[in-house]
Design a binder for this molecule. Structure first.
Ligand code: HEM
Ligand SMILES: [Cu+2]
Length: 760
């Protein structure tokens, strides 16, 4: 059995030392002495002086870009620490018995791994990216409260130390024990990393004697304050510091996401703070919040998850913001459905507070209450799916550039689809009761928290590397790294989904031998992820000194697709000022696929769906009506020759609670068709102008008819079945033709009108 404290301490030290050596070596190489001579005493003195001034600069800076980098560096370091925990967890699982670490160590590992990753890795890195680019994106000079910003950051290192003190004190204890008797250093020897699970469920978290739990609670509390402070700063900055010409309607999508994220954090974290204080009081002052005679253990779960579920969206939304921002740059098309993405973000922000009890389906809450949580949890899939569809549509017919950021974006969409769909399954109570305690849940959330979240962080680090450092990273190594991490994540977490589906319980160091092979596959996948993380780190550090310097003001060629956004304009200005560079102009400018978005109305386009609909309502209604009439023609024929039953129209009426009369059904059908279908077309109207409307109509009609045929399949076979399919298809085509011809007619009319108005 290995000693965890020593192994992890050594691993971290080696990691830190290699980073330092690498840094110093590359730095040395970057500036050879020009005369080939030796370094003189004065030069060393100068270097030390410089080091001192650098140090005091970084410790006292209030500049948003510096603080951003501090956040990113801190988050990365915490991520590596949590990553070492993960590698150790997976190592234990190479063999069925607990023979590498003790079961208690295993418990400590998954506890600290979860907390470190969720609180000290993801959030700080996103706050860092936000700090660096958000003011540039919105044309602000700095964050609204620069000093508060610095405080927000500097609360984090002590918080992390408090939370993870157990390991350090243990290492210290073991070192001291070499010279001092055990009695004198009892405190150090009794400290352990917390091992009650990252959800800190009562009563275990109340009753375990380990004093490190108290330090952890204090540290978490401190980190909550840091997060709240940061969130207030983001909200104020976005609300009040936007530059000229940046309205809510054309606020970039990343800032929208940071705004909503900060809004969630503002409501969620104070609640976590109170819950933590209650737990501390229970542990130390004999209160009974979570004791059976008080609120009971379930109270802790309610409080925890009322923070915990919003928290997962706090982690997830900035990643989607980066996706929406970066993906279009590498497919040469504008983000499809900007407004819908904004709405879905806002919707997720609100809904994320309404689903917490889906983490408590296996507790004894009233089934009727649980049912409502099931409904909302399924509903939350809708805004998530809107994002996915919009990303896919953005890629549609784009000029894809196979760069590392693109590979990570595409991989992120893939992992999110699987992670999200498995989440919808878990939202269904009976399924959750089956899978709650298994690796299936681990697979579900890791496809998101490892899939899309770090993928997009890394994509962002590549995308903005030239902007931040003025140099290029090693692009070949980056592409390889991107592929490696996508591959490793799929191997690891798909395997976990499968063994969870087979019923293997999670959070146990010991497991039945028949799962060994699968566990080994997952572990190898995990090592691949770890390796790719190190490759990324190497690339970032070494390229800082050795990367090819950027020689154009438009490193990504964004001007060619009209996507030269504000932060790059800032970069261009800086390159011109610093190096007298000429602005780079592209040879040809490809009009970005979607037309220049018109500034939408109030509050960031809130109301623009309504506006669009009302502007186009009559056109849509006319199209829908003609289409539905044509479609009815096809269906009536089908009824006449007996492929369809008139009763099916009656069922439509029954569905909305009216008498089962075919006539009423047909009426509803007409009204429904006039409204629903055109809405669908309108939703895709950003996309429609790019293709012949007519063709597109047929494609949509075909797609929808297949969905319709499957959904309403009524058990025919043989010829009747073929007839059924044919008529569904033909009637939908008829519908599509009617709709598109009408749209086209009305559109050309509109164009004529706007020309005569002098517009274009
Ligand atoms: C947005 C990104 C998401 C993240 C980061 C995330 C994260 C997580 C985490 C960390 C857990 C495990 C909690 C534990 O330790 O018990 C979890 C469980 C769960 N997630 Fe997600 N999730 C996300 C999206 C979704 C979606 C879209 C749904 C449903 C529509 C969903 C439904 C669930 C359910 C029902 C559970 C409880 C499973 C159980 O414990 O039995 N999640 N998720
Ligand atoms: Cu949840």
């Amino acid at each position: 059995m290995l000693n965890r404290a020593i192994v992890e301490g050594t691993a971290l030290t080696v990691l830190a030392l290699s980073v330092l050596c690498l840094w110093l070596r590359e730095r040395q190489k970057a500036r050879p002495e020009s005369d080939g001579g030796y370094t003189t005493r004065e030069e060393i003195g100068f270097e030390i002086g410089r080091l001192q001034s650098e140090l005091s600069r970084w410790l006292t800076t209030t500049d948003h870009r510096d603080i951003g980098l501090l956040y990113i560096a801190f988050g990365t370091a915490a991520g590596l620490w949590g990553g070492v925990d993960a590698m150790m967890l997976r190592t234990e699982l190479l063999t069925p018995p607990a023979d590498i670490w003790t079961p208690e160590t295993y418990n400590a590992l998954f506890t600290t791994h979860g907390l470190t990753m969720l609180i000290f890795f993801v959030l700080p890195v996103f706050f860092g990216i936000g700090n660096y680019v958000l003011p540039l994106l919105i044309g602000a000079d700095d964050m609204a409260f620069p000093r508060v910003n610095a405080i927000g950051f500097w609360l984090l290192p002590p918080a992390l130390i408090l939370v993870r003190m157990g390991l350090m004190l243990q290492v210290l204890g073991q070192v001291l024990n070499l010279v001092l008797p055990a009695d004198a250093i009892r405190f150090f020897l009794t400290m352990r990393e917390v091992s009650v699970g990252w959800t800190l469920y009562a009563p275990l978290s109340v009753q375990q004697p380990n004093p490190q739990i108290d330090l952890l609670l204090l540290g978490l509390h401190l980190s909550g304050i840091a997060t709240t402070v940061g969130a207030i700063n983001f909200i104020t900055t976005i609300a009040y510091e936007r530059g000229e010409g940046v309205s809510w309607a054309n606020l970039d999508i990343f800032s929208w996401n940071m705004l909503v994220t900060s809004g969630i954090a503002l409501f969620a974290f104070p609640l976590l703070g109170s819950a933590l204080v209650m737990l501390l009081l229970d542990r130390n002052l004999g209160t009974a919040f979570f004791a059976t005679e008080g609120g009971g253990a379930i109270l802790w779960q309610h409080l925890f998850w009322f923070w915990g579920h919003p928290e997962v969206y706090i982690l997830f939304l900035p990643a989607t913001g980066l996706m929406s921002l970066i993906l279009p740059k590498f497919v040469g098309r504008k983000l499809f459905g900007y407004q819908y993405i904004v709405y879905s973000t806002l919707g997720l922000g609100v809904l994320s507070f309404g689903v917490w009890a889906h983490h408590m389906f296996t507790t004894s809450a009233d089934p009727r209450v649980k049912l409502s949580f099931m409904a909302v949890s399924i509903a939350i899939a809708v805004p998530s799916a809107i994002k996915v569809f919009n990303w896919i549509t953005t890629m549609w017919e784009g000029d894809i550039r196979l760069t590392a950021p693109f590979i990570l974006c595409a991989g992120g969409i893939g992992t999110f689809i699987i992670g999200g769909v498995t989440g919808v399954f878990l939202a269904v109570i009976p399924v959750d009761i089956l899978y709650h305690g298994t690796y299936y849940v681990v697979g579900h959330f890791h496809l998101i928290v490892v899939g899309i979240i770090p993928f997009l962080m890394i994509a962002a680090s590549y995308y903005w590397y030239p902007l931040i450092t003025g140099r290029w990273y090693d692009t070949r190594m980056a592409r390889f790294q991107a592929l490696l991490i996508v591959f490793g994540s799929f191997v690891t977490f798909m395997t976990l989904l499968v063994i969870g589906g087979l019923g293997l319980p999670r959070r146990q160091a010991i497991y039945p031998p028949e799962y060994q092979f699968a566990q080994q596959i997952a572990t190898v996948g995990g090592y691949v992820i770890g390796l790719s993380a190190l490759l990324w780190l190497y690339n970032m550090l070494v390229s800082y000194w050795r990367g090819t310097p950027v020689t154009t003001t438009d490193p990504w060629g964004l001007k060619a697709t009209n996507q030269f956004t504000r932060e790059w304009q800032w970069f261009e200005q800086r390159m011109m000022d610093k190096y007298d560079m000429e602005p780079t102009e592209p040879e040809t400018t490809r009009r970005s696929y979607a037309p220049e978005a018109e500034p939408a109305g109030l509050a960031g386009g809130v109301g623009t769906v309504a506006q669009t609909v009302s502007r186009n309502a009559w056109m849509a209604a006319a199209g829908g009506f003609v289409g539905t009439v044509l479609m009815s023609g096809g269906l009536i024929t089908a009824i006449l020759i007996g492929v369809l039953d008139p009763v099916s129209f009656g069922e439509i009426a029954e569905l909305v609670g009216l008498p089962a009369s075919p006539a009423i059904g047909a009426g509803l059908f007409l009204v429904g068709g006039t409204v629903t279908w055109p809405l669908l077309f309108l939703a895709f109207s950003d996309y429609l102008p790019g293709r012949l409307l007519f063709e597109t109509g047929l494609v949509f009609a075909t797609l929808i008819s297949s969905g319709f045929a499957i959904a309403f399949y009524t058990g025919q076979s043989g010829l009747a079945f073929v007839g059924y399919l044919t008529f569904v298809l033909v009637s939908h085509w008829a519908y599509g033709i009617g709709l598109t011809v009408t749209f086209q007619y009305l559109k050309s009319d509109e164009v004529l009108q706007s020309r005569s108005d002098g517009g274009g």
